[in-house]
Design a protein around this ligand. Structure first.
Ligand code: LFR
Length: 498
């Protein structure tokens, strides 16, 4: 069989990459063609995304791909984080720069929203967890600020939709990312326009919601000329990065109401959950603040956001500024040398959302809660990693209560699988077998969805089998479970207090 090439543009909060997937009919191989830094840029106190710079990097990646693979390339698809969007005017001009979800404009907006529509009603209409940066609260912030841009807006595109429009001119809202807005109705499978109306927010600018796998069209002529790519189709992946990552979980069984496995998509966030055939919107789910986001293949990702390696990344950044520029391996070694389970934090406590000095925030949390204060860098790192693992155990308990059965296996996918200490601690804390890999789950999910759309692969089940044989998985068995059980009681106390 001739090799087929698919291209995935995968943008994360801190870096983006253009990855080629070479598929020979049985195995998928990745070739990272281009990588670029990404991040917020602040002007006058507002945190923006530099969408045009991102677009330039995507095109640069495409040009390199054209040089390397030329006419072998079948299609291209883009995925990014969720919730953020761009607005276009009626003459298709980008209205300002997309605002970053960590911008402070949403401070207090969730409460403001609950004053207009009670929390329970929003949850019943959307099934989504409450995070301060959900698109609904971002739009409400614009409205409260009397934004003229909101008045002018004729089209709302989520970030990946924006790039697809730039690539081929099609204006659509892809399903999985649409479900992160908190104005998507999972029961009806469409926009929750009535809910938007109650906030006096517009819905005329919302586009048609289309599923992953949709062929959007060919590249615009100018893009073709700029990149040297010809006859390449734009095909939608699950454009929400987490949806693509979950699609690439190398599980052997399909979505089920009684799942025996769960996943953790591990990176800046740890997104922990199960794959269900349909949404689960009930009182318990609302109380636990779980979310029903859309998955590839019309599944539901019932999951919860856990502040993941963000804590470790921020420690590392602060230490580098202080002149101790550690490599990740070095940090793991230091952490392994520190005492086990000496102190814990709740990674999701407000303290850790965006502190200027993460190590200081961790120490002061430990002090305030009467624990041994981690002094050395290694001790701080150990505390962060073990706390993330403990929070996963806490969330595992909720997942089992929600689905009514025991979860036997935890799949960890994404960049976090490179942190062996975190994987082992997760197995230990949860008392479950952990299967770690693949690292590049998001790009793989993106590529495999394109392969299914081109009929080179028959189904998600088949795609997962290909992923299992194409990429190495590392297995971790739980150790020292009784010591972790004891520490968990301490951890629970902390979480339930904060
Ligand atoms: C992960 C992610 C999460 C979402 C957060 C903000 O990259 O997409 O799923 O909650 O970023 O969009």
């Amino acid at each position: 069989v001739a090799e087929a090439i698919y291209l995935a543009a995968d943008l994360g909060a801190s870096s983006g990459r253009l990855v080629a997937g070479r598929f020979d009919g049985t195995r998928l191989e990745l070739d990272e063609i281009h990588r670029f830094p990404n991040g917020p840029i602040t002007v006058g106190g507002t945190m923006f995304w530099d969408a045009l710079a991102q677009w330039r990097e995507i095109q640069l990646g495409l040009r390199k791909a054209a040089d390397r693979y030329g006419s072998q390339i079948t299609s291209v698809g883009v995925d990014t984080w969720g919730v953020d969007y761009a607005l276009l005017s009626r003459d298709d001009q980008l209205l300002g720069n997309p605002v970053h979800h960590r911008d402070r404009r949403t401070d207090g907006m969730m409460q403001r929203a609950f004053d207009i529509v009670p929390r329970e009603e929003i949850f019943a209409a959307t099934g989504l967890q409450f995070l301060p940066f959900n698109t609904l609260f971002q739009l409400l912030a614009m409205k409260e600020a009397n934004s003229p841009l909101l008045e002018m807006a004729d089209t709302l595109l989520m970030m990946p939709d924006l790039f697809h429009w730039m690539l081929c001119g099609a204006k659509v809202n892809e399903f999985t990312n649409a479900t992160t807005t908190q104005f998507f109705d999972p029961q009806q499978g469409g926009w929750a326009t009535e809910l938007l109306g109650r906030f006096d927010l517009p819905s005329h600018f919302l586009q048609k919601i289309v599923p992953p796998g949709t062929h959007l069209g060919v590249l615009r002529r100018d893009v073709s000329e700029a990149t040297g790519l010809r006859g390449v189709e734009v095909v939608l992946p699950g454009t929400h990065d987490t949806a693509s990552a979950v699609m690439a979980v190398p599980a052997e069984s399909e979505a089920s109401e009684r799942p025996e496995w769960c996943y953790i998509s591990s990176g800046t966030w740890s997104l922990m959950g199960v794959e269900l055939p349909k949404p689960l919107v009930n009182e318990k789910c609302s109380r636990f603040n779980f979310t029903n986001e859309g998955g590839v293949g019309n599944t539901t990702r019932l999951l919860k956001n856990i502040a993941g390696l963000w804590l470790a990344q921020e420690c590392r950044r602060v230490w580098a500024v202080e002149g101790r520029d550690y490599a990740w391996d070095e940090l793991t070694k230091l952490a392994e040398a520190a005492p086990a389970r000496a102190a814990f934090v709740d990674p999701d406590a407000a303290d850790f959302l965006a502190p200027a000095d993460m190590p200081a925030a961790i120490r002061s949390y430990c002090q305030r809660t009467g624990q041994t204060v981690p002094e050395e860098d290694g001790a701080v790192m150990r505390c962060a990693v073990e706390s993330i693992a403990m929070k996963c155990r806490y969330v595992l308990g909720m997942l089992e209560e929600l689905t009514g059965g025991r979860i036997e296996t935890i799949h960890i996918v994404g960049g976090g699988t490179q942190n062996r200490q975190l994987c082992q601690a997760t197995a230990d804390a949860c008392g479950r077998r952990v299967l770690a890999g693949p690292v590049e789950a998001t790009a793989i999910g993106n590529l495999m969805t394109q392969a299914i759309a081109s009929r080179a692969v028959g189904s998600i089940g088949e795609a997962r089998e290909i992923i299992r044989t194409s990429f190495p998985l590392v297995e971790y068995e739980p150790r020292e479970t009784s010591a972790w059980d004891e520490s968990f009681e301490r951890f629970k106390g902390l979480v339930e207090k904060s």
